[in-house]
Design a protein around this ligand. Structure first.
Ligand SMILES: [Zn+2]
Length: 259
């Protein structure tokens, strides 16, 4: 029975993952993520239901569009698989079974929503979308206020202090150097990064966030020099955060790290 539950969670995870790939593609282009039918990003051909089955469609189509044969970006299948795997890992970490309490399922649902925000942030990368992060902060606030009340003040305080100091510094610096378009783009990235780091502090507190950021920067530098990729700090920080979230979903690890 529990195996069945875990299979269902894996399937739900890949379906969510499939939505993340769509969000990752459309949000930076300011396209509607809900009402517009899915279409191939290179030939614009409308995709049918059987083209949209997570993971399986990709395998059966050999990683190419059915209509124009353009390869589908590997990040899409990676996001679907990652999401399916993480949905199961969170359930394992939380010891979710068919007999778990309602509050456990609520905490599980909350955790997967935060995973969703981190997956989308990971896929979008450096052009951080502030609305997506604010949605994550809202979910976190609702959870802290209604479920995990004992920790609300501490997380809220640390996050507010960080955001106030960082945003004031940002406003002062940008006032003096906001002159041409190139700088403006850099500063919108800086603004997004501040909100993103604030979100991590809200999730993990300052100590763990510092470790997550340090690891993200190290991975970013390694991938830049060895694989000649663009800077991917936000991507790595999001990915590491997802795994930290899985770890602290386990009560034993949580009390060990956050005591
Ligand atoms: Zn196509």
């Amino acid at each position: 029975m529990n195996t069945f539950l875990y299979i269902i969670l894996a399937i739900i995870g890949t379906i969510f993952g499939s939505f993340f790939t769509l969000a990752v593609y459309r949000i930076p282009r300011k396209e509607n993520i809900i009402y517009v039918r899915s279409h191939c990003t290179s030939c614009n051909h409308r995709l049918e239901f059987w083209d949209l089955i997570p993971v399986l469609s990709y395998i059966f189509l050999g990683g190419k569009c059915r209509y124009c044969k353009e390869p589908i970006k590997p990040i899409y299948i990676c996001l679907e698989l990652l999401s399916g795997v993480v949905f199961v890992l969170v359930a394992l970490a939380m010891n979710i079974t068919v007999t778990s309490t309602l509050i456990d399922f609520i905490t599980y649902a909350y955790t997967t929503l935060i995973v969703s925000v981190l997956c989308i942030t990971m896929g979008i990368g450096k052009n951080i979308n502030v609305s997506v992060i604010l949605f994550g902060m809202l979910i976190r606030t609702i959870y802290l206020v209604f479920v995990d009340n004992a920790n609300f003040e501490e997380f809220f305080f640390e996050t507010s202090v960080f955001l106030i100091i960082a945003l004031i510094a940002y406003l002062i610096i940008s006032k003096f150097v906001f002159k041409n378009e190139e700088l403006e783009e850099k500063y919108s990235h800086a603004f997004g990064t501040i909100i993103f780091v604030g979100f991590l502090i809200y999730l993990f507190g300052i100590e763990i966030t510092t470790i997550v950021m340090a690891l993200g920067i190290i991975f970013g530098i390694i991938s830049k020099y060895f694989f000649k990729t663009d800077k991917k700090y936000i991507m790595y920080m999001s990915l590491i955060s997802i795994f930290v979230l899985v770890l602290i979903s386990n009560d034993v690890i949580y009390s060990y790290i956050l005591k």
